[in-house]
Design a protein. Structure first.
Length: 105
């Protein structure tokens, strides 16, 4: 077996939760910070607790409000068509010759 290829093992690594709970585990890093642990997680405590990491629920609700109804959205086929038409229009608006390019300026 090769030597010195494994990370250092800390048998007394301290885990610190956002709720203030601390406990010791074995790990390859000396200190670990977590947002939820077994003493504050709703599954283990039996309490109904609203757990929202980084405003995910708010972002999801905001997305739902901006989407509106399905009639406002385009299908994939329609989006492709719009993109194709825009590309054709930009190609047609470009000068065809060097002379047109000079007079456009």
């Amino acid at each position: 077996m090769r030597t010195a290829i494994h990370p250092k093992y800390y048998p007394d690594a301290q885990v610190t939760c956002a709720c203030g709970n601390k406990f010791i585990v074995g790990s390859t890093v000396p200190e670990i910070r977590v947002e939820i642990c077994s003493s504050c997680h709703p599954f283990y405590t039996g309490q109904m607790k609203y757990v929202d990491t980084a405003g995910r629920v708010d972002r999801f609700r905001a997305q739902l409000e901006t989407i509106g109804t399905k009639t406002n959205r385009l299908s994939k086929k329609e989006r492709r068509h719009v993109k194709r038409v825009e590309k054709i229009q930009t190609e047609l608006s470009r000068p065809n010759s060097l002379e047109e390019l000079r007079t456009a300026r």
